[in-house]
Design a protein around this ligand. Sequence first.
Ligand code: ATP
Length: 208
Amino acid sequence: MTFRLEGRGLGCERDDRWLFANLDLTVGPGEMLRVEGPNGSGKTTLLKILSGQLTEHDGELRWGGQPMRRSRTTFLANLLYLGHAPGVKAALSPLENLAWYQALNGERGSESARMTALDEIGLCGFEDVPVGQLSAGQQRRVALARMLLSPRPLWVLDEPFTAIDRQGVAALETRLQAHVVRGGSVILTTHHELAPMAALRRVALGVS
Ligand SMILES: Nc1ncnc2c1ncn2[C@@H]1O[C@H](COP(=O)(O)OP(=O)(O)OP(=O)(O)O)[C@@H](O)[C@H]1O
């Protein structure tokens, strides 16, 4: 199966206002799709549709050439979604958060792999501190560490650079590009300007 996500004629209406309509897009192995647009243009809404969380919309999604209603289970098994909020448990440490997240996804993982991921993401020395005591950028890094552990090919990332310092942004961009070069796919929103890369496509919302 080719891990390609396709949207045909996508549309979503909120409060009698069309955020977007008749939108066609596709992302497959080795490709990155950036969803652009001003605040309120529907970027998060589109990412929720593309990650299967929001099913009330116009148009059709296909995964691996099959309609989503038939391929949803394999689609979800291949998806890593990181939302707008870090989505971490404040009472748990970074190590415990990663173990909890992996357990939720049916992935066993190992303590040493989790330590390595936290080290790589810049949280060395904070592995056992309750996440609620970490800074906003550090909490975001805990969420981003999931990417380093995940074998899943399709990453859908809503504003992954939020609260991350300049050095962290550069490291994260390198990580995203490496995932794409290895044959993975990335769909993301960001207000940060990405470094040019051949595999980058764009879809713009909120432009008339
Ligand atoms: N569940 C909902 N019910 C009603 N309206 C909603 C709902 N979710 C989002 N909206 C509205 O849809 C519009 C688009 O929201 P969305 O979060 O997708 O925008 P965005 O482009 O991601 O914005 P930002 O750049 O500020 O994060 C907003 O006007 C929002 O109020």
